[in-house]
Design a protein. Structure first.
Length: 137
């Protein structure tokens, strides 16, 4: 699946959002290094802490099916200016993605902005930090 097709999937995911509280729709398409693409949408909950963002939905779907190597994600919103992932989603990405992982922000008209992961979260708490602590012990 190429970038255009992945963008199409991220926009399609906007149709499946469950967002009765915020009314803010987010769709995502997560591209794995093996070529599989996982869609995700935001799913809200009356207990707000139970809400899951589109990005995390896509990652959870992929990881639950055994995939942990990713090359990029496209995040689509209904807004004119696309929205970046929240810090919680970036932290989930830090678990599975390298600093050069691509994050594409989009809306229904197309991809607007592209970033590397390290541009949006330059100092993540990552598994590498835990490995460094183990080595010191």
């Amino acid at each position: 699946m190429d970038l255009q097709e992945a963008w199409n999937l991220s926009v399609e995911q906007l149709n499946y959002c469950y967002n009765p509280y915020s009314k803010f729709s987010v769709g995502a398409a997560l591209h794995s290094k093996d070529g599989t693409v996982y869609g995700g949408c935001n799913i809200e909950n009356a207990s707000y802490g139970g809400t899951v963002c589109a990005e995390r939905t896509a990652f959870l779907k992929a990881v639950s099916e055994g995939t942990t190597d990713f090359s990029y994600i496209i995040i689509a919103t209904e807004t004119q200016e696309p929205a970046p992932p929240c810090a919680f989603c970036l932290q989930v990405m830090a678990e599975f993605c390298d600093e050069d992982f691509e994050i594409h922000l989009a809306n229904r008209t197309g991809i607007i902005k592209s970033f590397r992961f390290d541009q949006l979260l330059p100092y993540p708490f990552s598994p590498k930090l835990l490995d460094a602590e183990k080595e010191k012990a």
